[in-house]
Design a protein around this ligand. Structure first.
Ligand code: ACO
Length: 276
């Protein structure tokens, strides 16, 4: 793994054939997320967005944890001890990468949940486009267990993927659950045995790397914004977004697709990609 930021060691990046494997890298602290880690992750994600070695990001954890949530020392105690303005800045830096940047990232993102996933770790998990988990990974909204509410934007994030009964059940009980259950409740796409986790994730990443990257970016954004709109707004926005996609697509995918299906009869859109 490469040190992504000079002097920093909380985030590691490995490049492999268009995939950037981004590791939360505090295994001895179960990848608990501190303010320092947030600062480093913001630099890393900002750099990878325009790095040609990265076509897809996989966010995962070094060692046995995905992430044990916010760092009770390096996030909670640390921000209790500073001024309100400094605290506001620390929260902003955490929200930046966990939510805003990942949610609106220019490249596709996959969370690979390799182990413990608690509390604040649900935010980056949910803000990645897709997620694959070890079926034995352990998830939990453990906030209630130590006397806080699922804050940050965790409560909002879970409401976008989980049904109210399931979300409130785990918010209120703090009960842990495994990767198989995480797939059932819609938090991850799929749960697989530990030994298949990296291969399955790589296979999914490679599938995405074969797509027209401009159209893939626009399709992800269109979905994420349209779900917040009413039907009238969504129809208008999606029509405009479709036109914009054709305009910004340097590959001219739509023209190629039409020609290859209608004129050349060399491919069927229902069955695979056009020839790029
Ligand atoms: N914040 C700060 N330090 C942590 C955190 C955390 N969230 N999670 C683990 N660590 C530290 C431990 O204090 C310990 O440090 P030490 O070696 O200096 O004593 C080290 O990481 C290893 O942790 P252990 O508890 O010894 O590891 P174990 O494998 O036995 O247990 C587990 C792992 C279950 C994840 C446990 O560490 C744990 O419960 N962590 C807290 C999980 C949690 O509820 N996080 C907060 C969610 S709420 C929120 O994010 C807003």
């Amino acid at each position: 793994g490469e040190k992504a930021v000079p002097g920093g060691n909380d985030v590691l990046v490995e490049f492999e054939d268009g995939i950037a494997w981004v590791y939360l890298n505090r295994p001895e602290k179960r990848n608990a997320m501190s303010v320092d880690l947030a600062r480093e992750m913001n630099v890393v994600l900002d750099a990878l967005e325009i790095d040609d070695r990265c076509g897809v990001i996989v966010l995962t954890g070094a060692g046995e944890a995905f992430s044990a949530g916010m760092d009770l020392q390096g996030f909670f105690r640390t921000t209790d001890a500073i001024t309100d303005v400094e605290r506001h800045r620390a929260y902003r830096e955490t929200r930046a990468w966990q939510w805003r940047t990942l949610m609106h990232y220019a490249k596709p993102t996959i969370a690979m949940v390799n182990g413990w996933c608690f509390g604040g770790a649900f935010t980056p998990l949910i803000c990645c486009d897709l997620a694959i988990a070890d079926k034995d990974a352990v998830f939990g909204l453990s906030e209630i267990n130590w006397g806080i509410i699922p804050g940050g934007v965790v409560s909002k994030a879970i409401s976008t993927l989980m049904g109210d009964r399931e979300a409130l059940y785990y918010v209120m009980t703090g009960e842990k659950f495994d990767g198989t259950r995480a797939a059932e409740v819609g938090l991850v796409n799929q749960a697989v045995p530990a030994e298949e986790l990296k291969d399955r994730t790589r296979e999914l990443a490679k599938n995405l790397l074969e797509k027209n990257p401009t159209v893939l970016r626009q399709a992800r954004m269109a979905y994420k914004y349209a779900r917040e709109m009413n039907w009238e707004q969504a129809a208008e926005y999606l029509t405009a977004k479709g036109d914009q996609t054709t305009f910004v697509d340097t590959e001219k995918g739509r023209d190629k697709g039409l020609t290859q299906f209608l004129d050349e009869k060399t491919f069927k859109p229902g069955l695979g990609n056009y020839e790029r």
